[in-house]
Ligand binder design. Structure first.
Ligand code: CO8
Length: 258
């Protein structure tokens, strides 16, 4: 499908989705969010795709929700249209792993979008922030919730209340991002990680994603039970037999997602 605000490429089992509104630093408007939700759903359906990478430009992953789109809206408008909820729900329904590759600004909705992904690889140029407080509002799609779980209450309060930006080094130290690399190497690093994931059994990687995400939603005892049951269930797959046989035979496994 042809998109106007994103660019989608599938190569070697990895779907690369690039946000593409350069004049607005990839600000998230209704069209972009709708196209992104469609592309994410299509990647989930596409049998060739085994991992997804979401990225922006060198200057901005995304500088937030489109302020110009929102400025004249009333409470009734945003409440009744439930701004961005169907789109973020669609992204949340994707069961294949999604990596965010972030360079430059990831602010407001941009930071929140990166946090919707399974992990974030950052360029050393990345700047994260929840500056909505400067606009007389607050975060609306995860900046007070996912950020708090990722970096803890004190830093999440600091970011949301002061609106300050966090650089890549602090973001890695705080647990917001998994790796920081020089900007020139960002896409190689992210695509390399995606390739590694794409080589595994898709049943394993989707089960791992489901299980890690479950830890946000439940007690430790229930989470451990969920993990154990999913672990047990993987012994019903051919890929478990293949993976363990390949180890014993000192060869690379050939996973078939069965
Ligand atoms: N929305 C719309 N346009 C934007 C945005 C944005 N968020 N960010 C940048 N732009 C536009 C600018 O208006 C400018 O366009 P133009 O040339 O037509 O004036 C162009 O992008 C380039 O931007 P700048 O000239 O400002 O570039 P600088 O390098 O000087 O500054 C910054 C870069 C620091 C990133 C600056 O642009 C900035 O502060 N942007 C706004 C950041 C921000 O406040 N983000 C939060 C937005 S609110 C939000 O995300 C809420 C999410 C929750 C939604 C929940 C729904 C339920």
């Amino acid at each position: 499908m042809a998109y106007e605000t994103i660019i989608v490429e599938v190569e070697d089992h990895v779907c690369l989705i690039k946000l593409n509104r350069p004049d607005a630093l990839n600000a998230l408007n209704a069209q972009l969010m709708s196209e992104l939700a469609k592309a994410a759903s299509e990647a989930q359906e596409n049998e060739k795709v085994r991992c997804i990478v979401l990225t922006g430009s060198e200057k901005a992953f995304a500088a937030g929700a489109d302020i110009k789109m929102m400025s004249s809206k009333s409470f009734a408008d945003v409440f009744s249209e439930d701004l961005f909820t169907p789109e973020t729900d669609a992204i949340g329904r994707v069961r294949k792993p999604i990596i965010a590759a972030v360079a430059g600004y990831a602010l407001g909705g941009g930071c929140e979008l990166a946090m919707m992904c399974d992990f974030i690889i950052a360029a050393d140029t990345a700047k994260f922030g929840q500056p909505e407080v400067n606009l007389g509002v607050m975060a609306g799609i995860g900046g007070t919730q996912r950020l708090t779980r990722l970096i803890g209450k004190s830093k999440a309060m600091d970011m949301n209340l002061t609106g300050r930006f966090m650089d890549a080094e602090e973001a890695e130290r705080s647990g917001l991002v998994s790796r920081v690399v020089p900007a020139k190497k960002l896409m190689d690093e992210a695509m390399g990680a995606a390739q590694k994931i794409a080589e595994k059994s898709l049943i394993s990687t989707m089960a791992i994603k489901e299980s890690v995400n479950r830890s946000y939603e439940t007690t430790l005892r229930e989470g451990l039970l969920f993990e154990r049951r999913v672990f047990h269930s993987l012994f019903a797959t051919e890929d478990q037999k293949e993976g363990m046989a390949a180890f014993a035979e000192k060869r690379e496994p050939q996973f078939r997602d069965r």
